[in-house]
Design a protein around this ligand. Structure first.
Ligand code: B12
Length: 270
C-alpha cells in the first residue's frame, strides 16, 4: 500500500475543531475493530488498519448547528432537515481537513440513514460507536438468563455523559490513512453494569421508546431542550409545519428540489 498522506492526528484535529463547536463528537477507530465483530457481508471494504471516524450528535447540535442552519440556508422540502444539516456540517469539516491536511484525501462518508443496494444499512452505527469507545452498545446477548423467551429485542447504545440523549450520524473512512500502534482501542464505559438495569434499559428502548425514559438510563449531563423534544416527537411529515410555526422556515426559502433518492432519505431518527 502507498505511504499514508496524512497522520491520524492531522485528520482528527481539524475534523474535531470544526464539528465540536457545532455540537458533535468525533471518535477515531480502525476499520479492523469494526469488521472483526461483523460477518463479511457487513464489512467495510478497506484494510484493517485504515482510519475511520464515527460522528455523534450531542444535545447541543440542535441549537448550535440545526437552528442556525435553518436560518442561514434554504432547505429542500422533502429531504429530512436534520439530515441536510448534518450533511452540510460533515461536508464542511471534511473540506477543512483537505485544506489543512492533504487536498487529495479520499473520504468515504456514510450516513446513518443510507442503505446499500442490498437494503442493509451503509454502516451499523451502534457497532461503530461501541468499537470506537464512544458509547457501550447494550445488546440482548449482554443479558444473562433473558426474560424475553425467543423475542427479538433491539439493542441500544448508552453514552457515558449523555445517556440516550444523542444520535450516531455518520462514519467517515479515510481510505488512504493507515493507522499504526498510536491508536489503542478504548473500551466503551459500561454505564449499565447490572443485569436488572440492562433489562430495564432494553425494555424501555423496545417497548416505550416514545416516552424518552431509556435516554435517562444514566444521569445525563445535558438532555434535549424542550424545543428539540417537541421537534423529534413530531411526526417527520409534520416537522416542516412546526418549523414554520417557530418562524424558522420562511415559505420562500423552501426549495422544492427533489430527486427520488432524496425523497427516500427521510427518516425519524433523533
Ligand atoms: C433499521 C433501524 C431501525 C428499525 C429496526 C431496528 C433495528 N435495530 O434493527 C426501526 C424502524 C424499528 C428502528 C426504530 C428505532 N430506532 Co433505529 N435504526 C435503524 C438503523 C437505520 C439500522 C439498524 C440495523 O438495521 N441494524 C442491523 C442489525 C442486524 O444490527 P444489530 O442488531 O446491531 O446486529 C449486529 C451486531 O450485533 C453485530 N455484533 C455481533 N457481535 C457483536 C459484538 C460487539 C461487541 C458489537 C459492538 C457488535 C456485534 O453484528 C450484528 C450484525 O451481524 C440504525 C442506524 C444505523 N445505520 O445503524 C438506527 C438506530 C439503531 N435507531 C435508533 C433509534 C434511536 C431508534 C428509535 C428510538 C426511533 C427514533 N425516533 O429515534 C426506534 C426505537 C427502536 C424500537 N423500539 O422500535 C438509533 C439508536 C441510538 C442508540 N442510542 O443506540 C440509531 C443508531 C440511529 C441513530 N442515528 O442514532 N430503527
Amino acid at each position: 500500500m502507498a505511504a499514508s498522506p496524512a497522520s491520524v492526528e492531522s485528520v482528527i484535529r481539524p475534523l474535531g475543531s470544526c464539528l465540536t463547536k457545532l455540537g458533535f463528537e468525533v471518535y477515531p477507530l480502525k476499520v479492523g475493530w469494526y469488521n472483526s465483530v461483523l460477518p463479511p457481508s457487513l464489512h467495510l471494504p478497506y484494510p484493517d488498519d485504515t482510519l475511520a471516524v464515527v460522528v455523534l450528535s450531542t444535545p447541543a447540535m440542535f441549537e448550535q448547528a440545526f437552528l442556525p442552519f435553518l436560518e442561514q440556508r434554504g432547505i429542500q422540502k422533502l429531504c429530512d432537515p436534520v439530515d441536510q444539516c448534518v450533511r452540510d456540517c460533515v461536508s464542511t469539516a471534511v473540506s477543512q481537513v483537505r485544506v489543512e491536511c492533504f487536498s487529495e484525501l479520499k473520504v468515504d462518508v456514510r450516513y446513518d440513514y443510507e442503505l446499500l443496494p442490498s437494503r442493509k444499512p451503509k454502516f451499523l452505527a451502534q457497532t461503530a460507536a461501541h468499537v470506537s469507545g464512544a458509547a457501550f452498545y447494550y445488546q440482548q446477548s449482554d443479558v444473562t438468563d433473558q426474560p424475553w423467551a425467543g423475542k427479538k429485542m433491539f439493542g441500544v447504545c448508552i453514552h457515558p455523559s449523555f445517556g440516550g440523549w444523542f444520535a450516531i450520524r455518520a462514519l467517515l473512512v479515510f481510505e488512504d490513512v493507515t493507522v499504526g500502534s498510536e491508536l489503542v482501542q478504548p473500551a466503551p464505559p459500561d454505564c449499565v453494569p447490572s443485569r436488572e438495569d440492562r433489562i430495564k434499559l432494553l425494555e424501555a428502548f423496545n417497548f416505550r421508546w416514545q416516552d424518552w425514559s431509556y435516554r435517562d438510563t444514566v444521569p445525563p449531563a445535558q438532555t434535549y431542550s424542550e424545543r428539540q423534544k417537541e421537534y423529534f416527537s413530531t411526526a417527520p411529515a409534520l416537522r416542516l409545519a412546526l418549523l414554520r410555526t417557530w418562524g424558522l422556515l420562511p415559505e420562500e426559502e423552501v426549495q422544492p428540489d427533489l430527486s427520488p433518492d432524496e425523497q427516500s432519505q427521510a427518516n425519524g431518527h433523533g
